[in-house]
Design a protein around this ligand. Sequence first.
Ligand code: DUC
Ligand code: ZN
Ligand code: ZN
Length: 470
Amino acid sequence: MNTFDLIVKNADIITASDRYHGDIGIRDGKISMIAAGLNAEDARQVIDAAGRMVTPGGVDAHCHLDQPSTDGSIGADDFISGTRSAACGGTTTVIPFAMQFKGQSLQDAVADYHQRAEGKACIDYAFHLIITDANPAVIAELPAMIEQGYTSFKIYMTYEALKLSDHHILDVLDAARQLGAISMIHAENDDCINWLTERLKKQGKTAPRYHALAHSPIGEREATHRAISLAELVDVPILLVHVSSRAAIEQIYWARGQGMHIFSETCPQYLFLTAEDLGIDDSFHGAKCICSPPPRDTDSQNAVWTALANGTFTIFSSDHCPFNNDATGKKLHGENASFDLVPNGIAGLETRMPLLMSEGVLKNRLSAQRFVDLTATAPAKLYGLYPQKGTIAPGSDADLVIWDTQTPKTISSAMLHTNADHTPYEGKEVQAWPAVTLSHGVAVWGNNQFHGAAGQGRFLACAVPFPSEG
Ligand code: DUC
Ligand code: ZN
Ligand code: ZN
């Protein structure tokens, strides 16, 4: 009998802290041994990774799959197409959202999302809760939610159907503190957005490009500072999601300097798109890139790169939330709809890892170890999945990416595995793509083909990130 099911030989192994050469022995879906010179005859299968970086499979901790929208639009990806697309881009764990409708119990919300995921997910998944109604009965449900493995709560400061008042945010933060959970905050000032939107519309400025003006970085900065202040009041760590602007980054940097436990996330759209992608004229074309917060200017792009490299950002996620460019999605209200009626969100699960590897690591903006931390290790730690996920170590799941950095690729919608009918990165050149993605030691992507199957992914119950010491 073979000792290993698979050996990945001659790998350039990269973790968040190390880079070294070795062979990775895999058995029963787990990494069982890492050593130099494992005997190929001890394995049923061998992959020679000579000259190739091998990183942990990505953990994409921000994506929206099969999430019903409050405006009737329909997201392009369900759990099959979304997780298939993730696997083909090197992501082996996703943490989408289970969104509570106002008036719904959290228990009912998670039951609904389990039905959406079961038998469909091609890679492993956990859930964050979106809390839209923080009444006392909902707060009282949180200990049971934690017990069941939902240890992160997303809170919105904007969007009429989702937002919480500062009072209710404090209630959730207080509960998170007692339970050792992490709250994820969408920080944009709702009144600023509504006031600016009204003013722009009165001036007849309704094209997609005005979305970027309505969602001003000043509103993002104010809400970021307010979220930090609320967390300071309660004395609890928070994570600021999808941070887009230099102004917001400066608030986070300041708070860290004060010793506060502020974690933060950014996304590919804030590195590779600008407000100009929403249009430089009044055509509707730019609706494809409407997301919130919107892409900013090159100054903010530079600030995002710096904050990724210097540790201000904790994690790098996609905020994958694709809508087709038709009446189910971007054109829900027609081809000339005002920007505020266009569903927010873009596709990003499949391109997240290749874009950051290509433009970050291969262009020397980030070390390979920092890449691993941002895309896999830090999200696994923050959301209570480490060390099962997010690293290359004996005992960890054999979720790995073997990288091809020798074959240039031009990103096109046709080559991707999402159901979305477009990508914001159409025509962009990248120099890196997974040659092979392993999930539990089995190739789900290789030879430019998806080899996974619906239902292969398993639900992961998350541990609390901040357990009490006592
Ligand atoms: N903004 C969000 O907050 N969520 C989904 C997509 C988006 O653009
Ligand atoms: Zn958000
Ligand atoms: Zn989101």
